[in-house]
Design a protein around this ligand. Structure first.
Ligand SMILES: O=C[C@H](O)[C@H](O)[C@H](O)COP(=O)(O)O
Length: 262
């Protein structure tokens, strides 16, 4: 990756770097999944190794669990933690009310359980993830493999009666085979274009037999840390509104960032 300092990588990195400021000694922290969350796990690992930060992390996927252990974070299960102080995770889209689409990486089920078991959920994202209305990103819905085609037909039928633009539903593939989640389920991606009422859609989806969970996170996120390619970070807080942070000029010289790019 030498020399490939893309603005998106920088944006994800500065958002992650800023978000770990919320983590305090002794906290039980939910660790999200995805490329942005991976930056956050690396930043936390650095604080654990170099500053002696004492935290326990609950990962939201096997991928994140491996990375967390690799960087020196103590990993525990959600049942061991019981409740979390904070979860930091990425998102595929967020709107002005901090509602989210998640699950582009297939981890939405554990992510939703972990986020809702936390006092606070902080999302880290590059600025391109902000939308006026959710739905341009295909909405992931996790379904059990048994009868998944019936679940898809029921979803398609339901979509006729809700406020969405598109109605295509596709089975996520991994090469020639259906994608399999950490729980052994499949993912249906709903190509909706625009979601008129995220709260209603999230509820009706979860009433369909075979649906385990959907990737709409409504009223779960408290803060979005938005990273920009030039190092600027903007906080969007559900209670305090928008707060512009100073530009973080350290990106290129930051050891962690340099290590990952070399
Ligand atoms: O299942 C994956 C998660 O919901 C991710 O947090 C989401 O897809 C965003 O991933 P990334 O940071 O790679 O864009």
């Amino acid at each position: 990756m030498t020399g490939q300092l893309s603005p998106i990588d920088k944006a994800k990195f500065v958002a992650a770097k800023k978000a770990v400021d919320y983590v305090e000694d002794g906290m039980r922290v939910g660790l999200g999944t995805g490329s942005t969350a991976a930056w956050m796990v690396r930043c936390l690992g650095e604080l654990v190794r170099e500053d002696g930060l004492k935290i326990r992390g609950v990962p939201t996927s096997t991928r994140t669990a491996e990375l967390a252990r690799e960087v020196g974070i103590e990993v525990i299960s959600l049942d061991e933690a019981k409740w979390l102080d904070l979860t930091i995770d990425g998102a595929d889209e967020f709107d002005g009310e901090l509602n989210l689409i998640k699950g582009g990486g297939g981890a939405l089920l554990q992510e939703k359980i972990v986020a809702t078991a936390s006092d606070q959920m902080i999302v880290i994202a590059d600025a391109a993830k902000e939308v006026g209305h959710l739905g341009a990103f295909p909405l992931p819905v996790e379904v059990i493999p048994f009868g998944w085609q019936t679940s898809r037909a029921l979803i398609e039928e339901m979509l006729i009666s809700v406020d969405v633009l598109g109605r295509d539903v596709t089975l996520r593939m991994n090469g020639d085979h259906p994608y399999v989640t950490d729980e052994g389920n499949h993912i249906l991606d709903l190509h909706l274009g625009r979601i008129g009422n995220a709260r209603q859609l999230a509820m009706v989806l979860n009433q369909i037999p075979g649906v385990v969970e959907n990737g709409l996170f409504v009223d779960i996120c408290d803060v979005v840390v938005i990273g920009h390619g030039d190092g600027r970070v903007v906080l969007r807080d559900i209670n305090e509104g928008t707060v512009e942070q100073d530009r973080l000029d350290f990106v290129e010289s930051d050891n962690l960032f340099k290590d990952m790019m070399d």
